[in-house]
Write a protein that binds this ligand. Structure first.
Ligand code: PHE
Length: 366
């Protein structure tokens, strides 16, 4: 039985020195496991006399208790130390200032759309929308482009292979003009809406991408004439480019859905070889560039919109949002808009908290 005292002393010493939970487990197996020395001693009780059992039994049980208690105490101490070490290592001081500037910015297209919504809201325009997957009736027919109309071919349309339930060809809308029809049918007249959104044409180079953004404007009311259109566009462009010396040039043009149609050019001045919007395009260092398509809404389109063209008149305009962003903020390659390059976004993006407001300046950069 000096065996027992020696085993117990050695085991308790080993437990005190154990540095890991795994070492504790190994000691537990060697003492209390099936092949362990405590188990062997317990088994030996069976071959003892009654007196021996009476004198040795309590000693063996006491040794088992002592080892068990030492094991669980050491194990708890090791686990506690491990937790303390982890808590110390993983401390986060939430009161410290950020060590890195948060990344992420508002894309110029989103920014310009917000600017446009703000400018037009001030003139009483609500925002309307329509589906990007459109049918050919809304995209073409109701805009006075019947099936045989040559303008359909000019749009480089992406068609879907299947027709809808009503037998209409389905396509990715080639412009935001179908929202004119949807707004008239849904809301009736009078009407004052803008419709910003994605449009699609099979075209790709430095100034064309298969997907791009347009904004449509539509006003329907009584006694609307070209003067209202001109005032609205001039007011809009002055607010957007944030300068008063915006000069417009209206050129006669043709769109099936407007009659008469006018293309709108804006005067620019060459500054260090770059076109800067502002001033007369007829000035010696100036020129004109086209920024908008517009016109008085065609009578047939008003009728397709469910309204009586003898009672209601209106004007409509459409322009490229990406192009407006390029002109205002100086990017020269449209494709970079859709590359998702974080460096480009870091340079041209806007702070998420710089919400455009008319009073604060619609295009303030952080
Ligand atoms: N939908 C025309 C386009 O995509 C633009 C436009 C809209 C012209 C409204 C006139 C009136 O080119």
């Amino acid at each position: 039985m000096e065996n027992l005292d020696q085993h117990q002393a050695e085991t308790l010493a080993a437990i005190a020195e154990a540095a890991t939970v795994q070492a504790i487990e190994a000691i537990r197996v060697s003492a209390l496991g099936k092949q362990g020395w405590v188990s062997a001693l317990l088994k030996s009780l069976g071959g003892m006399t009654r007196e021996q059992r009476h004198s040795e039994g309590p000693k063996i049980h006491a040794a088992r208790e002592a080892v068990t208690a030492a094991l669980s105490e050491r194990k708890a101490a090791l686990e506690h130390a491990a937790l303390e070490a982890r808590l110390a290592a993983e401390t986060v001081d939430l009161s410290l200032p950020a060590s890195e500037t948060p990344r992420g910015s508002v894309h110029p297209v989103s920014q310009v759309m917000d600017e446009l919504a703000e400018i037009f809201a001030d003139m009483g325009f609500a925002v309307a929308s329509g589906p990007e997957i459109e049918d050919d009736w809304h995209n073409f027919t109701a805009l006075n482009m019947p099936e045989t109309h040559p303008a359909r071919a000019m749009h480089d349309t992406f068609y879907f292979p299947d027709r809808d339930a009503e037998g209409r060809s389905m396509l990715l809308r080639t412009h935001t003009s179908p929202v004119q029809i949807r707004a008239m049918l849904d809301q009736g007249a009078p009407l004052r809406v803008i419709a910003p959104g994605r449009v699609y044409r099979s075209d790709s180079d430095a100034t064309h991408t298969p997907m791009f953004h347009q904004i449509e404007g539509l006003v329907i009311d009584k006694g609307i004439h070209l003067g209202h259109l001109k005032w609205t566009l001039e007011t809009f462009l002055k607010a957007f480019f944030e300068r008063d010396d915006i000069v417009l040039r209206l050129r006669p043009s043709y769109f099936p859905f407007t009659e008469p149609s006018v293309e709108v050019d804006v005067g620019y001045t060459l500054v260090g070889g770059k076109r800067v919007v502002g001033g007369s395009g007829d000035a010696p260092d100036g020129g004109w560039m086209e920024v908008l398509g517009s016109g008085m809404v065609n009578r047939k389109v008003i009728a397709f919109g469910g309204l009586d063209p003898d009672e209601w008149q209106g004007f409509a305009f459409g322009t490229g949002v990406d192009r407006l962003a390029m002109l205002k903020y100086g990017m020269d390659d449209l494709r970079a808009f859709f590359d998702g390059d974080a460096r480009w976004l870091g340079h041209y993006g806007f702070g998420a908290l710089d919400v455009p407001t008319l009073s604060g300046g619609v295009g303030v950069r952080a």
